[in-house]
Ligand binder design. Structure first.
Ligand code: GLP
Length: 264
């Protein structure tokens, strides 16, 4: 894993956005895996700015979101489809018919899950999968206990997740407790995965994912199995890493190598 520790959350978001921007520049029809959550907002702002200022075009890009609340139609104000529309899709030149989010209102949700995995394959697979991480180590909605080989399916939200997401819902509003989420196996099939985490609240999850044992109790730890995983964290999120100082040193060396490969 490449572990990149940056001082502030906005620098970590910019670094993450740059990875996506470079991919789109080199492969205009890139297939991106996208995530929701507050951590992603500054990343999407960077992408929007790049579109406006440097005319980065998303016209040929396709996107697959990690997850959606089961039961929510795409036009439900709290759906992840709406999150993506208002935070990114409506603000760039992407063809909305190339943006995919599982249908929370599918008549046959199990079929929807199978179709989602098939569609990803038909599009040639995901070039870069963007990920956040839950306080309990979840990726997408793969809660503790999720199998590392799992594909897109229905998952029950863990109590910690319900608690964390309660802030987005009004007091008397229905709060979904089920989701459709890409499986860990689906995520690991992406050619590259980039996990972004920031803030003290994520420090335990980051430590468990990066340095803990491979365990279904921390779904993020599955990324240790990926051959091309980048973990981007701010200082606060990196605060509990045992080998934080080493990762910084290794990343500095890595950059020297990338800048002048001949000198190695
Ligand atoms: C949700 C999403 C996850 C996301 C997590 C963290 O539960 N399903 O994909 O990583 O929230 O969200 P935040 O970035 O707001 O902490």
């Amino acid at each position: 894993m490449r572990i990149v520790i940056l001082d502030k959350a906005d620098e970590a978001a910019r670094f993450t956005a740059d990875i996506l921007i470079k991919k789109i520049q080199s492969k205009p029809d890139a297939v991106l895996g996208l995530a929701t959550g507050s951590t992603m907002l500054p990343v999407y702002r960077e992408l929007i700015n790049a579109h406006r200022n440097s005319e980065l075009s998303f016209a040929a890009v396709s996107t697959f979101n990690l997850d959606e609340y089961l039961g929510f139609a795409p036009d439900h104000p709290q759906s992840y489809r709406q999150f993506m529309k208002s935070r990114l899709f409506d603000l760039i030149d992407i063809d909305q018919s190339n943006t995919f989010v599982p249908r929370g209102d599918a008549k046959d949700p199990l079929q929807e899950c199978r179709d989602y995995d098939r569609l990803i394959e038909e599009k040639g697979g995901i070039d870069i999968q963007l990920l956040g991480i839950g306080r309990n180590g979840h990726i997408g909605f793969n809660e503790p206990g999720s199998g590392f080989m799992s594909r897109t399916r229905i998952k029950t939200l863990a109590p910690a997740t319900l608690e964390d997401n309660a802030r987005f819902f009004g007091d008397n509003e229905f709060r979904p407790h089920l989701s459709i989420t890409m499986g860990i196996g689906t995520i690991l099939s992406a050619r590259k995965v980039v996990l972004l985490a920031s803030g003290e609240g994520k420090a335990d999850a980051v430590r468990a994912a990066v340095e803990g044992p491979l365990t279904a109790s921390c779904p993020g730890s599955a990324l240790q199995l990926h051959a091309n995983a980048v973990i981007v964290v701010d200082e606060a999120g990196a605060g509990k890493l045992e080998h934080g100082a080493f990762y910084k040193y290794a990343e500095a060396e890595n950059r020297k190598l990338l800048e002048s490969p001949g000198k190695a």
